[in-house]
Ligand binder design. Sequence first.
Ligand SMILES: Nc1ncnc2c1ncn2[C@@H]1O[C@H](COP(=O)(O)OP(=O)(O)O)[C@@H](O)[C@H]1O
Ligand SMILES: [Mg+2]
Length: 185
Amino acid sequence: MCGGRIPASTWNDGSGLAFAAIARVPPVVIMLVGISGSGKTTLVTKLTHGRPDLTVVSYDACQHLLDGTDPARAGRAPDITDRAVALAHARLRERCAAGLSTVVDGTHRQERRRRSLVAAALGVPVLALVLRVSPAVAIARQRSRARWIPDDHVLIHHAQISAALPRLHTEGYAAVLVTEETGRP
Ligand SMILES: Nc1ncnc2c1ncn2[C@@H]1O[C@H](COP(=O)(O)OP(=O)(O)O)[C@@H](O)[C@H]1O
Ligand SMILES: [Mg+2]
């Protein structure tokens, strides 16, 4: 296991670290970790641009597939169910079995779901890329979006990720990379 931490004083969306990770030894799984509004989906769009070999597996997309909600409709985002996670991890497993690299877009605040992801990776190295922003920044960013989760949930999720950080390195990742922003909303 190796780890890295970007100085908190710099504006950083994690893309440099993620690009370096996917360029090194394919296949690789990048597990994004971050609260709603931390910039996970924005980063995924950057990473996969012009990379047909690299695909995102998204819990949001799997949830929409199972419950039929319109992802473009404004309102409170649905909670991600265990069935949606199972579907996402089944997709990840197939990608890993085929020797393909994958970015997994989700909050990953719960240890049992992170461990299920590692199992689904079938031995392909998993890099945990933690996008750290303050709850205030994330909440402000969420306001510009049609879909959002309640502010008190953002605070709880932030606390869960903060509590998990010190022991992430024990969960079987090839590396744990943490980016921190003092950034603007
Ligand atoms: N690095 C960044 N700097 C400023 N705004 C950002 C950044 N990353 C994302 N955003 C904006 O914040 C909002 C939430 O980003 P998003 O990628 O949807 O977050 P997440 O997928 O983690 O919930 C979007 O409106 C996006 O344009
Ligand atoms: Mg997102």
